[in-house]
Design a protein around this ligand. Sequence first.
Ligand SMILES: C[S@@+](CC[C@H](N)C(=O)[O-])C[C@H]1O[C@@H](n2cnc3c(N)ncnc32)[C@H](O)[C@@H]1O
Length: 317
Amino acid sequence: MPIPLTYSFTRYLSAKKSVDDRALNQHVWQSLAAALPRATLDQPLQILEVGAGLGTMVERLFAGAMLTNATYTAIDLEPTLIAEARRRLSQWATAQGLQVQQDSQEQLHMQRPGQDIRVEAEAIDLWRFVAREQGQRTWDLLIAQALLDLVDVPTTLPALLSLLRPGGLFYCPITFDGGTVFQPEIAPEFDAAIEACYHQTMDQRLVAGKPSGDSRTGRHLFTHLQTAGAEVLAAGSSDWVVFAGPNGYAADEAYFLHFIIHTMHTALAGHPDLDAERFTAWIAQRHAQVEQGTLVYIAHQLDLLGRVPAPLGETRE
Ligand SMILES: C[S@@+](CC[C@H](N)C(=O)[O-])C[C@H]1O[C@@H](n2cnc3c(N)ncnc32)[C@H](O)[C@@H]1O
C-alpha cells in the first residue's frame, strides 16, 4: 500500500487485531479459560476492560467460548473509540447470529439460546471510573490489554485491582517489554540508537504532569503485582511479529506498520541525540520497505494472568 497521507488511530486499532490474534500467548489464554468461574444467566460473569479501544477483546473472548453469560464493562478515554466500539460490536454480533438490542445509549444486549451478553461501553478516564465505582461494584475479571505501558503502574495497578471481588482475576496481555526490532538492518548502530531513544520517550512520558509509561512494563509487572498483594497464575511472551508472506502483509497490517513508523517519527522528531536529516531518511526508508513488502517488525511484549487474594474458603466456582 502507498504511504498514508493521514493517520487514524481507529484504523490502527482495527489493523492491530490480526497482529494481536497471532501474538497472544496461548498458554496464558488457556489458563484464563480454565480459571474463569462458571457463569449462569442469574449470575453472569462480570468483566471490566480498561482502555478497551474498539472492543476487539469481546470478539476474541466470544470466539474462545469464554463469553456465555456475561456483563462486559468496556471503558476508554476516547469517545470516538467508544462510539466506534458500539457500532462495530453491534455489526459483529449480528454477523455471529446474535440478536442485538440497544438497551440504552451505553448498553448493547446480545442474545441467542444459551447465551446472554451485555456490553456496557463508556467513554471515561480510568481514574474517574475508579473513583466512581470503588466500594460500589466489583468485577470477576479485569482486562487491560496494551494499556499498562501507557500509565503509571505503581499507582494505577492497585486502583484497578481494588475493583475486583476477592479472588477476582486480572488479565494483562500485550504489555510492552522493551524490544522494538526492524529488519532488515539499515545501519546497526543508528538502528540501535533510534530504538533506545524511542524507549526513552516511553520512560519519560508525562500525562498531565504525571509519569505515564515504562518501556519495560512487562517484566516490571511481576514486582508491581507482588507489591500490590496479587499472585501471577500464568505469564508468557506475546511478541508482535509482522512480515509479508507470499501474498504480502496479512489483512490491514501494512497500514499497521506505516502507523508504527509514523508514531516513531512523531515521537522522535527533533530528538537531540539523532541527526535530523539521517533520521528523516531512515523513516522514509522504513515506509518504503513496507511498500516493497520487505519490512519485518517485532515488538517484545508479555501477557500476565493473575488473581487478587480471597479470604480463606471464599471462592466462586
Ligand atoms: C494501545 S491502545 C489499546 C486498545 C485496546 N486495548 C487494544 O489492545 O486494541 C490503549 C488504549 O487505552 C486508552 N487509555 C489510555 N489512557 C487511558 C485512561 N487514563 N483511561 C482510560 N483509557 C485510557 C486509550 O484511549 C487507548 O484506546
